[in-house]
Design a protein. Structure first.
Length: 96
């Protein structure tokens, strides 16, 4: 479980080079603040090329977002990263 606050900088959720960590079935992102969050979730390769799952997805306050489709990736090649913007949103991320 990962908790992140407002940041426009990308936070790495899974670092490349970790065996088997890219075998993801579900990601749960819960906004537990009173403000909306704006989330982008993406893979990034060694050349900083980004491949997006979500771009600027608004998550209302006190609301979960479940992502369950096409999530597996080669974790020896890509980092899984997320950005979170908005006015002080607080997110909890669970990756299974």
């Amino acid at each position: 479980m990962i908790t992140i606050n407002t940041t426009s900088a990308a936070q790495t959720l899974i670092t490349k080079g970790t065996d088997g960590r890219g075998n993801i079935k579900k990601i749960l992102v819960t906004n537990y603040s009173t403000n909306p969050g704006v989330v982008s979730l993406f893979l990034e390769d060694a050349s900083a090329v980004k491949y997006y799952f979500l771009v600027n997805q608004v998550i209302p306050p006190k609301t979960p977002l479940v992502i369950e489709d096409c999530l597996s990736f080669n974790s020896s090649v890509y980092n899984l990263k997320m950005t979170n913007s908005g006015t002080d949103p607080k997110l909890t991320i669970i990756i299974k």
